[in-house]
Design a protein around this ligand. Structure first.
Ligand code: GUN
Ligand code: ZN
Length: 431
């Protein structure tokens, strides 16, 4: 069935870090057939070529591409708001006790439902989802993600040291359980599998070897983990891996860096680590509210850009403070401002790019999502604040499209997300 979505549209098909700018249209027609955008132009022109298509008029709001969260933990919904601790204390006191509860499949199903409805309500349509330590919980997660139609890449979290004992497994069991999940879920609908060692601190050499074996056996898998988040963590990893040149090298030595690798944080990278990430075409997920909340540090975006490392945004719930990528974009902007001369001057177009097209590239989904061009899937978010709200009056009085986008990032919340589509399917409606 053909549908023309008629809307004011903002997107960033051309990378603003490489000279591109915001694309905007006040009365755009997006012709969508079977979930794919097949024509785009002025509404009147698109209408002439598709006189029989149903028209969905969205001109009361602003349409943007579906948001892409490159790092978010599904088991951590209930631990959002654990303030006042650095990373390793926060893990021990807040995150890991909750993660242990996901051994119960029924509880994991409940959390997966809560997670997915929260993520979709925030306008996130694609995500690299950090999983749980239990295969049953992951099976529950994938089942729920398939049911709601989320574009999710996720996997079993594996660890064999340091963490509380009920979260540990062995390299052999990690391999076998991951294998079974891959066989069931990888490539099914919109789901893909990510090999997920929690971080080098909790994964021994043999565990990373079992991860490497999974990638060797199925080369189109993704890999995700954490790196260089916190100074104490970095020192402990260095002591545990005396033969590795640095933290990134712990993963590189086991063949875990590639085009389909996303490492979260990288707040304290060395030049050699940035060079290794760039040459592998691996991506870094920048999680600014988490970095601020856990006191991890100021993300060196300039150094990543200069080294040619791909960067996108992550909410890092529950270290992060919620699912909204508007908030992450705003916090990314604050961090760069606070860095003064060392920071990058981010415009609203940069923020939208980091929250959409950059994430699509990190997830190797750039052919499918990230902007609203012909050939892309109709993954989209209608931002339509309540009439009379501050965002509403600000949008109505915005000086230009860039100003409107700035207002969206500064004031926008999940309550302003009226409707969300993935592949042309409505997956969330506020009312
Ligand atoms: N490093 C290892 N596990 C975690 C986690 O759950 N959250 C964050 N922010 N960092 C981690
Ligand atoms: Zn994380």
């Amino acid at each position: 069935m053909s549908v023309i979505f008629r809307a004011r549209v903002l997107d960033t098909p051309d990378d603003p870090f490489a000279g591109g700018s915001l694309r905007s249209g006040d009365d755009v027609g997006l012709l969508v057939d079977n979930g794919i955008i097949t024509a785009r132009g002025e509404f009147a022109a698109v209408r002439i070529d598709a006189p029989d298509a149903q028209v969905v008029d969205l001109r009361d709001g602003v349409l943007i591409p579906g948001l892409v969260d490159t790092h978010v933990h599904f088991p951590q919904v209930h631990v959002i708001g654990g303030l006042g601790m650095p990373l390793l204390d926060w893990l021990e006191r807040c995150a890991l006790p909750e993660e242990a509860r996901l051994a119960d499949r029924a509880y994991a199903e409940q959390i997966a439902r809560e997670f997915l409805s929260g993520v979709l309500a925030a306008g996130t349509t694609s995500a690299m989802v950090f999983g749980a330590h239990f295969a049953t919980a992951m099976d529950a997660f994938f089942g729920e993600a398939a049911r709601v139609g989320m574009r999710a890449t996720a996997g079993l979290v594996v660890s064999d040291r340091i963490l509380r004992s009920d979260l540990l497994t062995s390299p052999t069991r990690a391999y076998e359980e991951s294998r079974a999940l891959i066989d069931t879920w990888h490539g099914r609908g919109r789901l893909r599998y990510a090999v997920t060692p929690r971080f080098a601190l909790s994964a021994s050499g043999p565990m990373l070897e079992s991860c490497q074996q999974l990638v060797k056996d199925t080369p189109d898998l993704f890999v995700t983990s954490h790196v260089n988040e916190n100074n104490r963590e970095i020192a402990e990893v260095a002591a545990l891996f005396p033969d590795s040149r640095d933290y990134v090298d712990c993963y590189d030595q086991y063949g875990l860096l590639g085009r389909r690798t996303i490492l979260a944080h990288n707040v304290h990278p060395k030049p050699a680590e940035l060079a290794a990430l760039a040459s592998a075409s691996a991506s870094v997920s920048h999680c600014p509210t988490s970095n601020a909340s856990l006191g991890s540090g100021f993300f060196p975006l300039r150094e990543h850009l200069d080294a040619g490392v791909r960067v996108a945004l992550g909410s890092d719930v529950g270290g992060g403070t919620g699912f909204s990528l508007f908030k992450e974009g705003l916090q990314a902007y604050f961090v760069q401002q606070l860095l003064g001369d060392k920071g990058v001057q981010l415009t609203p177009a940069h923020l939208l790019y980091l929250a959409t097209a950059a994430g699509a590239q990190a997830l190797d989904l750039a052919e499918t999502v990230g902007d609203l061009s012909v050939g892309k899937s109709f993954d989209a978010v209608l931002v339509q604040p309540a009439t009379g709200s501050t965002l509403d009056v600000c949008l109505k009085n915005a000086a230009d499209p860039s100003d409107a986008l700035a207002k969206m990032f500064v004031l926008g919340t999940a309550y302003d997300v009226a409707k969300v589509w993935i592949g042309g399917d409505a997956v969330h409606s506020r009312d």
